[in-house]
Design a protein around this ligand. Structure first.
Ligand SMILES: Nc1ncnc2c1ncn2[C@@H]1O[C@H](COP(=O)(O)OP(=O)(O)O)[C@@H](O)[C@H]1O
Ligand SMILES: [Mg+2]
Length: 318
């Protein structure tokens, strides 16, 4: 189902979630989640391990039953109409869970047979070609690299031409190149008009891939916006970072024009400044005077990590 730019901008909801809650015994994994996900967007749920991302996703997919709340995909209720829901969504499974005695193409055919509107062999071959796995058509899953396995597990979500594709931490464990390839694949799926909902704990992934992001922690959505919107909302002055072999003199760094906050140690420096250009000029002059070479010099505005720290007081990585 292709979407037009107009549909995306007017933000017609494809997924509507209201008051979703789920406990495991005494642990409330998801406290209260309200979300609207728009048709045609790449929507990210960003949060650390244990935030409740998988539990939320699997309730939306109709795989876990919520304790409270409702959730629909294209108006189909996940709890009351799970069989109908299954036909219009694609859910990524862990590739390690795939049957290892079948070839990749046999797997695709098997998965396709689970649906009323599965794909023909030709269409399945087209899918394999699109993700550069055609030459692996008759190989088995265990003969694929990690990145290829992950691509296959995503292709398997597409065999019923779903309206919405759900990916749970699709790039965890992949090397940077395989991760970029996977991002391209997600963009390609989205360009075909399919809505993508993914979870991640990589802020860079959320920032570059997602149209909108819900930041989740301890079973709650703490913020929801475009990556730009979240970052701009912080109003954080630019950050200059770099390293020196010995620390720069703190009092003199603090006295540079624009500097609001400075942290220095043996490993390097982090300087918040609202006049990055002037601060940099002063910094370069000072380092020359001191005979200290600056390396790894970077200037950046806020990122999603800063947003997360601002919301929770913790780092996303910790
Ligand atoms: N089947 C389960 N039984 C008991 N506890 C669970 C189960 N699944 C998840 N949890 C717990 O619920 C919390 C949220 O888990 P999860 O939804 O997997 O978070 P995330 O995907 O963000 O890492 C965690 O504390 C986790 O240990
Ligand atoms: Mg998870």
């Amino acid at each position: 189902m292709a979407t037009t730019l107009m549909e995306r901008e007017t933000g017609q909801a494809v997924i509507a979630i209201s008051g979703l809650r789920k406990s495991y015994g005494k642990l409330t994994a998801v406290k209260h989640v309200d979300l609207e996900i728009r048709r045609g967007e790449v929507f990210g749920i960003l949060g650390p391990n244990g935030a409740g991302k998988t539990t939320t996703l699997e309730m939306i997919e109709g795989l876990r039953k919520p304790d409270a709340g409702t959730n629909t995909v294209s108006g189909i209720d996940a709890v009351r109409q799970p069989a109908r829901l299954k036909e219009i969504i694609g859910v990524q499974l862990q590739s390690t869970a795939l049957f290892t005695h079948l070839t990749n193409f046999e797997l695709l055919k098997l998965f396709s047979s689970f649906y009323q509107h599965g794909m023909t062999d030709r269409e399945l071959e087209g899918l394999l070609a699109e993700v550069n796995l055609m030459e692996k058509k008759n190989s088995k899953v265990q003969e694929l690299s990690g990145g290829q396995q992950q691509r296959l597990s995503i292709v398997l979500t597409l065999v019923n031409k779903p309206q919405v594709v759900f990916l749970d931490e699709p790039t965890t464990g992949l090397d940077p190149q395989a991760r970029r390839n996977l991002w391209d694949l997600v963009r390609q799926i989205n360009a075909n008009g399919q809505t993508v909902v993914l979870t991640t704990h990589y802020m860079e992934e959320a920032e570059t891939l997602c149209d909108r992001i819900a930041i989740m922690d301890h079973g709650e959505v703490l913020a929801l916006d475009t990556p730009r919107g979240l970052i701009n909302g912080l109003n954080l002055p630019p950050l200059i970072t770099g390293s020196t072999v010995r620390p720069l003199p703190l009092d003199r760094v603090q006295a540079l024009p624009g500097v609001q906050e400075a942290r220095l140690d043996d490993a390097g420096f982090e300087i918040r400044t609202d006049q990055p250009q002037e601060t940099l000029v002063g910094l370069l002059r000072m380092s020359t005077e001191q005979g200290l070479e600056l390396s790894n010099l970077q200037v950046r505005s806020g990122n999603l990590e800063d947003v997360f720290i601002n919301l929770t007081g913790r780092s996303l990585r910790s």
